[in-house]
Design a binder for this molecule. Sequence first.
Ligand SMILES: [Zn+2]
Length: 191
Amino acid sequence: MQAEAVIEKFRKTGALLEGHFVLTSGLHSQVYLQCALVLQRPNDAEEFGRSIAQHFQTANIQTVASPAIGGIVIGYEVARALGARFIWTERQEGAMILRRGFSVSAGEKILVVEDVVTTGGSTRETVTALQAKGAEVVAAASIIDRSGAKADVGVPRIALATLDVPAVDPAVCELCKRGEPAVKPGSRKTI
Ligand SMILES: [Zn+2]
């Protein structure tokens, strides 16, 4: 899947909005991504999953692991395409851990998959949690990388499309300086 086709699918489903936004972090950005919207249709999710899986056909991936909640749908589809097992990590008292009886074995080859990499924090924490259990984390992947390829997650990483859309402190936001009102997408009514 070409990067342009990925972005086009995001635009069509309203998963990529352009304007002046307040992100959950409180930072301002000209791009807002809501991956859940582009993954609403299983056929689309499956296509993204196959595209990511193509990069790892010869990597002998045994397990795909994703940080909850954002990574679960796409991670599951990547695992399906690779014929691999799928597990997820989740946050408990601030730490990213395996719960629900999920376990990994020493040397198990794992691919970590997320929907969007912004700073790479969730992916990096998942990589670290799995390595601490003795697994071999081969690589990481996401549908979108919005860090301009700058995020470092501690293992090699690919994305289907890369955007360079900095999130900035409101104090230094160019759009704020121009007096343009910022929108919080979750609270906006759309038709
Ligand atoms: Zn702003």
